[in-house]
Write a protein that binds this ligand. Sequence first.
Ligand SMILES: [Zn+2]
Length: 438
Amino acid sequence: MKSCDLIISAPWVLPVAPENAALSEHSVAISGETIIAIGLTDDILQNYSAADHLKLTHHIVLPGLINTHCHSAMTLLRGAGEDQPLKAWLEETIWPLEAAVMNDEYVTLGTQLAVAEMLLCGTTTFSDMYFLPEKVAEVCLDIGIRAQLSFPIIEFANAWSSSADDALDKGLALHDQLKDNKLVHVALGPHSGYSLSAAELEHIAEVGLRQNLPIQIHLHETAQEVADAHQSMGQSWIERCAEIGMLGSHVQAVHMTQVSEAELKLIADTDTRVVHCPTSNLKLASGYCPTTALREAGVTVALGTDGAASNNRLNLFAEARMASLLAKHAGQNAAAATAQEMLYMATMGGARALGMESVTGSLEAGKAADLIAVDINSLGMLPMYNPFAALIHGDAGNAVSHTYVAGRALVADGQLTPDSITNLAQRVQSWHAVRRPI
Ligand SMILES: [Zn+2]
């Protein structure tokens, strides 16, 4: 008999990899931060003795979801700008609002709200792109969620950086601080091609390759962005990125609503990762990412919520459902984007996009114990014919009972456990009453 810290048993375990199957009456054995075994409950209980045994009787256990693109602190601007297309939304609403509220308190409180919301909906890893990333890192480390912090690099001066070079200096200093951290790591976050000079974009591509850092960039978010690029440079941003070495398996291209056949080939040939944010794209009327064609070409596609100002939720289960509906509609094919495929996209797809597939994204021995339990007695989940369909098309985001990151329960019986995020509603209301920007 081997000893371990925790055994979690459930009527359904969906490990996603190595096989994307639904296993009945299985258990997961956890030692410290790591999954050490998965098997039939009878076998696990025969072979392992645990300090704790969580016996879930009406739940699905699965890997924690991965929200591959977010601007977390924008939760505090949720609902502040509505019914505008991207350019007007950014220039007339969001950027002036951010200029009015940006400070340490805003970023800390907004990130806490985002992380709390994500944990309650089953997200265990997220990628952020926001100002004052040092504050975002503090919140993530305090709570214990896994994160990639893609520090924002833009040309114009803002509350965090005075120039693109200044952002690079500060972001790389943060990378130095965190490079041995197991939970939080840093990536380069050039906001977009159009918000940087040609020389700066090239420099960032070179830094990414030289320092072996992931790069996350908004790419081909709208048709206007692509038309403007053709007019000013005679080529698209995807073509420009290919020329300067900003495509590859370390590059996470976010949105990609406009992709020609030649560009799709460039993305596939370079193994560039694509992040699909269906709700944000639909809400801003930006178009949609051709996920079916990309996946058929072998491209890794992941899911993101984008910030709460353009979603307005951070519920990745809802995002997976939206991605499925959109792909079915776009392809006029009800068989496209199955629930099983969407669960993969929300977990292993995200892990692969972030280069973290050896750490998280599936329930496999040796990986981090990042896992969640969904209560199938929740009314929006009943009755259950198929666990994949229940998760993706039922109301799973509101039925998460437990969320573990690296073996630590951050949500237990539907309640957040970290002290720093237990009184959030009142703190957010107080902030809004005093700082309310509009
Ligand atoms: Zn974004």
